[in-house]
Design a binder for this molecule. Structure first.
Ligand SMILES: *Cc1c(COP(=O)(O)O)cnc(C)c1O
Length: 340
């Protein structure tokens, strides 16, 4: 192995990154450790800068990856919160993380984001008492109901359960807790992903798999690797670890990238032919976005570094949104067909 590669590998270890990731001492008078930014709001350098920051947070496209989102207001962003989010995301190899005021805030916000009136959420059993209360007492007020499967049910038994309750086309999320609180029951995440894929075809849109990973924490279980879409934490527990903080986190992914046959010309032909998928940078939104990292988000990365990481002129990055999966597949296929 080349010396360079060894170095890259070493600085990627999460244990090491926990000391420094996301923090630049020169922005804080050289302080080795990140100070606590105990402020509700941040001063803009000019009215124009303030306007620009607000355009970035409220624009549908979100911020461009090359743009550094300025600090506005602690509910929106704060250096300590951003560092925590970056460092939690590392363990799960997630694309991004959002931290919350409690585990229940992370869980309830995520469920409300992905569910709509008349939807049904399929859940494992048992689940944390607070989550159970939210699902059984609060969600029904929005006409969102739950169906519970048994931790040792197989794929067919789960599908039968849904058929019996006439719920096959109503499931928009599968929510599981594994190991479960308090029984330590184990739920097969990959099985839930397979069920979600079957249901997605029926529903015509993505069925989300959410996993409450509080019990094992981000060190010992990585649900995204087994097909989960969102990992939820009560950071009050192992992540905090000292019983002196209440916090929560949600970590997500869905990103993919691939190479077309050819180079920049073919990649651009593909991008220009897309109809449903939007040609835009940024990621993690509800719309599917495609872009060309080599000339767009990573244009500024030195050529030899890009080569080492496999970022070439043939690469397309796709951030998969929540449109009907068949439409996305059809669009990608017809755009690929344009490359001759
Ligand atoms: C504690 C806990 C929660 C709730 O987290 P809070 O930070 O108390 O809101 C959710 N899920 C599990 C498995 C828990 O143990």
């Amino acid at each position: 192995m080349k010396e360079e590669e060894k170095t890259t590998e070493r600085i990627n270890r999460p244990e090491t990154l926990m000391m420094s990731l996301g923090y630049k001492p020169h922005l804080s008078e050289g302080a080795l450790k990140c100070p606590i930014f105990q402020t509700s709001t941040f001063v803009f350098k000019s009215a124009e800068e303030g306007k620009h920051f607000f355009e970035m947070i409220y624009s549908k496209e979100g911020k461009k990856e090359t743009e550094n989102m300025g600090l506005i207001y602690t509910r929106i962003n704060n250096p300590d919160i951003e560092i925590l989010e970056n460092r939690i995301a590392i363990w799960d190899e997630g694309e991004d993380c959002a931290v919350f005021e409690s585990g229940m805030a992370a869980i309830s916000t995520s469920l409300l984001e992905f569910l709509r009136p008349n939807d049904v959420v399929l859940t494992s059993s048992p689940i944390y008492g607070g989550t159970n209360h939210f699902m059984k007492e609060i969600l029904p007020k929005f006409n969102i109901h739950t169906l519970t499967f048994n931790h040792n049910d197989d794929e067919q038994q789960i599908l039968n359960l849904l058929q019996r309750h006439n719920a096959v086309k109503k499931i928009k999320s599968i929510y599981i807790e594994t190991p479960a609180n308090p029984t330590n029951s184990l739920i097969d995440i990959q099985l839930c992903k397979r069920v979600a894929e079957i249901l997605s075809k029926e529903v015509g849109e993505k069925v989300w798999v959410m996993v409450d990973n509080t019990y094992l924490g981000p060190l010992w279980q990585h649900p995204l690797k087994h097909g989960a879409d969102l990992v939820l934490y009560s950071a009050t527990k192992y992540i905090g670890g000292h019983s002196d903080v209440v916090a929560g986190a949600a970590v997500g992914s869905a990103m993919l990238s691939f190479n077309v046959v050819g180079g920049e010309k073919e990649a651009f032909t593909f991008l220009n032919a897309l109809q449903v998928v939007k040609l835009a940078v940024s990621l993690g939104g509800t719309e599917t976005l495609a872009q060309h990292p080599n000339t767009m988000t990573h244009a500024d990365v030195p050529a030899e570094e890009k080569l080492r990481e496999g970022i070439t002129s043939k690469m397309i990055r796709l951030s998969v949104g929540i449109e009907a999966v068949e439409d996305i597949i059809y669009d990608v296929k017809q755009a690929l067909d344009k490359i001759k």
